[in-house]
Design a protein around this ligand. Structure first.
Ligand code: ASP
Length: 441
């Protein structure tokens, strides 16, 4: 769905008539400037009032996006799974899985290398408080994680917005529909086609709504960014600035080496990709939610990158939930940071363990703001850095948590970029799934 420039004149005409991307970028830059200025005077009436109102307008944007997440996943996944043959579904799924595994390995490795070069936290000598009670987080059993993917009541999952069970349910319904559409029984095939048309139309309506919501994005982006900077700005100094830098270097390296390398390998122009993917990257950056960004991700991969909705509609919702390279880079670097900061740099064995847990933790991370920070606790536990209240580890973790919004923006943008790169590469390898005319501009 393209932007529809309004014919009306005046401020609204100018607003709706100008380029959406430029408007979003303007919101981003203005938000950062206003936030930093206000952040210099925390606690003043102006700053407090501004944060109050900006929170309102920012939350409105997040709510609008969240509103359409469940319908987007449900309708687009059913349509996606139903519009290709079951055998193609298996083949595409296999390739996607392979892509996820390869990029996860690259991302964690880059995270560890960057941490070893930067050595963030070294010499920080963090100490904990004495006599504090102990508290440890535990990793849910793998069997439970797997079983919970299958909903016992799909309606309950839809109502609660549990993404993985919804994906599972939508996939099986879509596959069932795909078989019925091919049925030899004419009545059944006709019914299946009718149902398919209804669900496909519902998906179209939702995409239309997404386009409308994006018109509000520049204002939402301005508000969200301004709040982050107004609250965090002055705190981001010294070691924290350094660990932030390390995380962003890791993310950018992964973007260029991991995604750039893979795209080049598959004959895709990386610059064209970034230009097309930009809108979703920025939305992810400011909303800090892969799931919340999903509607935009779906739209840009189809409109700008030319990926057929037949595959994007089922690969992207899965990717937004399980494929999180940005989060694994963040976990790897921050765990190393905490090790250095408390004077227990991770050993080779611990780093190997960290590679595995960072990957698994990223898979288990929900595509919502701050989820990765919770998984970081679990990764720390598995390498023996127990987050016990009052300990040096807990104190350093709290520091990282303090700047989580900044780290989350970068990692979420990378998570979403990884999803888009993956679906584009898979589409390129499938007959008729990538509209290459979009790449020749
Ligand atoms: N906010 C991230 C996302 O939605 C997850 C995380 O916190 O790492 O992709």
């Amino acid at each position: 769905m393209a932007e529809t420039p309004s014919k009306s004149s005046g401020l609204f005409g100018w607003y709706f008539g100008s380029n959406l991307l430029i408007r979003i970028l303007t919101g981003l830059v203005l938000g950062a400037i206003v936030g930093v200025i206000l952040g210099l005077n925390p606690g003043t009436k102006v700053t407090t009032n501004f944060i109050f109102f900006a929170n309102f307008f920012g939350a409105l944007f997040i709510r609008l996006l969240k509103m359409i997440v469940v319908p987007v996943i449900l309708f687009s996944l059913i349509t996606g799974a139903a519009s290709i043959t079951p055998s193609q579904l298996g083949r595409t799924g296999g390739k996607t899985l392979l892509y996820y595994i390869v990029t996860s390995i690259i991302s964690v490795s880059i995270g560890l290398i960057v941490a070893l070069v930067f050595r963030p936290g070294e010499g920080l000598n963090m100490v904990g408080a004495e006599g504090a009670p102990e508290k440890a987080a535990s990793m849910p059993a793998l069997t439970d994680v797997l079983l919970n993917i299958v909903p016992t009541n799909p309606v309950e999952s839809l109502a609660k917005g549990d993404v993985l069970p919804i994906i599972f349910f939508a996939l099986v319904v879509g596959i069932g529909l795909s078989y019925l559409r091919d049925s030899k029984n004419e009545t059944l095939a006709k019914q299946a086609h009718a149902l398919y048309d209804v669900i496909a139309a519902a998906a179209e309506v939702i995409y239309k709504v997404v386009g409308g919501i994006m018109q509000y994005a520049p204002i939402g982006v301005f508000a969200l960014i301004a709040v982050v900077f107004a609250q965090q700005g002055p705190k981001v100094v010294g070691p924290l600035l350094y660990v932030t830098l390390a995380v962003y270097v890791g993310l950018i390296l992964h973007l260029c080496i991991g995604y750039g390398g893979l795209m080049t390998l598959f004959g895709l122009n990386f610059v064209t990709f970034i230009k097309g993917a930009w809108e979703a990257m920025i939305t992810a950056f400011v909303t800090r939610s892969s799931s919340g960004t999903l509607p935009v991700t779906l739209r840009v991969t189809e409109e700008n990158l030319g990926v057929s909705r037949k595959i994007s509609s089922f690969i992207l919702p899965i990717g937004a939930t399980v494929n999180m390279d940005g989060t694994s880079i963040y976990i790897a670097i921050c765990a190393m940071f905490i090790g250095f900061a408390v004077g227990h740099p991770l050993s080779g064995d611990q780093m190997l363990m960290l590679m595995i847990t960072a990957t698994l933790a990223a898979i288990g991370t929900a595509g919502v703001p701050g989820a990765g920070a919770i998984m970081l606790i679990m990764a720390l536990e598995t390498v023996g850095l127990k987050v016990e209240a009052g300990s040096a580890v807990a104190a350093t973790y709290a520091l990282v948590l303090g700047i989580d919004a900044l780290l989350d923006m970068g990692r979420t943008a990378m998570n979403v970029t990884g999803d888009m790169a993956g679906v584009t590469i898979v589409a390129k390898t499938e007959e008729g799934m990538l509209d290459e005319s979009k790449w020749k501009k």
